[in-house]
Design a protein around this ligand. Sequence first.
Ligand code: ATP
Length: 364
Amino acid sequence: MSEDVQLSSVTMEFGKFRAVDNVDVTIRAGEFFSFLGPSGCGKTTILRMISGFNDPTAGAIHIGGRDMRGIGPNQRPTALIFQNLALFPLMPVWENIAFGLEVRGVSRETRRRRADELLRLVDLPDAADKRVSQLSGGQKQRVAIARALAVEPKVMLLDEPLSALDLKLRQHMRSELRAIQKRTNVTFVYITHDQGEALAMSDRVGIMSQGVLQQVGTPQEIYNAPANGFVASFVGENNRFAGQVVSVAGEAARFDTTAGTFATRLGPGIGQGASAKVYVRPEHSTLEAQPVEGMNSVPVTVQEVAFEGNFIHVHAHDTHGAVHMVQLPNDPSRPPPAVGARRHLTFAPEHAVVLADAAVRGRA
Ligand SMILES: Nc1ncnc2c1ncn2[C@@H]1O[C@H](COP(=O)(O)OP(=O)(O)OP(=O)(O)O)[C@@H](O)[C@H]1O
């Protein structure tokens, strides 16, 4: 069983500082939802408000339709997991998992049975009688998840739980966490500043900047149709050109920059005359010997060529000194240009989108 979490105009102020500004989002029952954003953007504050450790200074939180105002952390249908797992190192694994049940007066036999079930769920069927201190980092993480699930939360809140693990284990645990979430169907609210983690695991992602929720969407929507320049730059790479929209025809526009006039698409809220930036992904950019009919192009000089295995990153600067990146497939029959070569950075109108900067505090 899982429940939805509804945030309605949720705001949190610490004195005069607004850490979370008018956040509106409904996290669906059974969904894996991540809040993604840089350090200090308000992610932890949101999680603390959902779990009941802080009350919003304005707005409301409903879980499963129930207003959470005045309901303390222990009375909420939530469980919180964070980086510091707070397991008991010398206690057997199964007792760690069953700890919350013991507090609730569940018999030893039932506790043991439930712990064994949960250990199978997190793929540690033989660990029940080991001590926590004998486990690896990833195994401890699974025990912490099993312990949180033991009290049958409707909503699991996870605060960067993988950040203490090394890269390989972190990547492995991504798919583990996702699998556990699907098996239990509990609503997962996950916070992270790691875009790879958020994109790989989540059904939907909410991108935060400076307390403001910038966009909510599937990983594909966030990457392929960013709502503004902050989202486009925070998730993945982009080449950017500042300028002005000089004409508009439907969703297409002409955009004037110091590097040239481009045919582009228009992002949300951008119209005729707007000063903004055009964004183009490196994988949608190529380097051509000559300008190509119907495409945008900017004369550049190749500055650096980095072989990355499955692809090649080429950095090239334009006549104003701005550096742009092109991602080329690793194709031995088409070697990349040499450093110093002059080329035309080329991109299609449909891959160039004019976006506003981020939505900012107090104006969301
Ligand atoms: N109790 C508090 N009193 C005053 N300011 C606070 C308090 N808690 C958080 N803040 C401020 O609110 C902002 C958001 O903090 P929060 O911990 O939610 O960010 P975060 O996105 O989780 O960052 P990180 O990824 O670094 O943990 C920060 O500027 C922080 O300094």
